[in-house]
Design a protein around this ligand. Sequence first.
Ligand code: GDP
Length: 365
Amino acid sequence: GETSDSFAIEESLKELAQLADTAGLMVVGSTYQKLASPNPRTYIGSGKVAEIKSAIRAFEVETVIFDDELSPGQLRNLEKAFGGDVRVCDRTALILDIFNQRAATHEAALQASLRLFVALAQMEYQLPRLTKMWTHLERQAGGKVKGMGEKQIEVDKRILRTQIGVLKKELESVRKHRKQYRNRRFSVPVPVVSLVGYTNAGKSTLLNQLTGANVLSEDRLFATLDPTTRRVQMKNGSEFLLTDTVGFIQKLPTTLVAAFRATLEEISESSLLVHVVDISHPLAEQQIDAVEKVLAELAVSEIPKLMVWNKVDKVTDPEKIKLEAERREDIVCISALTGEGLLEFCNAVQEKLKDSMVPVEAFVP
Ligand code: GDP
C-alpha cells in the first residue's frame, strides 16, 4: 500500500540519518521521491536535484547521502549537478566509512580480522567502479587517451587484486588463530551464550547490565562492531559466557554480507543464541525477520534459541506485550535499561542451557 510504502521509506531514511550521525555527520534534512524507476543519469529527477541544490545552499550542506547504491555515473553526475565541494555518497560508502572509523579506534587482536574484512570489502567495491571511471575519462578525452586508460585500468586492477590476495591470506591466518583461541576457551567447560539482534536492539546495554562490563553503548548504529565476551556468574554457582555480536541491519550492502557472516562465525559455536529485539520499535517484526534471515543463512538451526523482547519500559501498553510474549513460546520481556526482568532472563538462559546437548551440571565446577 501507498502509506506503508512511505512508512518503510521514512524508516529507512531515519536509519540512514542515524548511520550518518554515527559517522560523525550532522543531519540537516532528508527527502525522497517516488519514481517508476530511478533516473539512470542522476537517480532522482531534475526537479528534485534543483530542490536539493537550494537546500545545499541554504544549509551549507557538505555531504548528500543516498539510501540506495548509486552507479559510478550517477555519483559523478550528481556531484557535478550539486557543484562545489559537495560530497555525494551512498549507503554502502557510508557504512564502509563507519566500519573504517570503528576499526581504527580499536587495536586489539580480535579486531584485526574486522579491519581486514573492511579493507577487503572496500577494495571489492572499488574494483568495478575503477573500470567505469577510466572508461568515462577516456570518453571525456574524446578517445585521445584510448589505450592509455585501458593500460591504467589493468595496472590498477592488478594492484588491487594483489592487495586483495594479501588481505585474504592475512585473514586466513587470523581466522586460524581465533579458532585456536576458541578451542582453548572450550577446554574450560563454560557454555557460551551469544547475543544476536538488530542494531540498536540493546545488546550492549544488556551485556553491561548483567556483567558490569564496560562495553560501548550509545544510541548509535554499530555501537558494537567487535564480539565481546564476558563471564556471567549466577547466584547458584553456575556460570556462562555471554558474547555480544555485531548488530544486524537491513539493506546490508552485498559487499559487506561476507564480512558480517565471517564475524558471526563464532555464533555457530555457541550453546545458546539469545535474539534481542527492540519491541518498542515500529518495525520490530521486520527487524526480527531480517535477523532470522541472516541466522538461517548461517546454518545455526540446531542451536537452541531464546528471544528477548527488550525496552518494555518504552512501549505504550507493556501488559499487552507481556501477554503476547506469554502466549508465544521462548520469549522473555525485559528492560535492559531499568533492569526489569533480568533475573527471569538469566533463569530462562539456565533452563535453555539445561535443554541443550551438554547437561548444565557438567559446567558447574
Ligand atoms: P546494540 O546495538 O544492540 O548493542 O544496542 P545498545 O545496547 O547500544 O542500545 C541502543 C540504545 O537503546 C541505547 O541508547 C540504549 O540506552 C537504549 N536501550 C537499550 N536497552 C533499553 C531499554 O530496555 N529501554 C530503553 N528505553 N532504552 C534502551
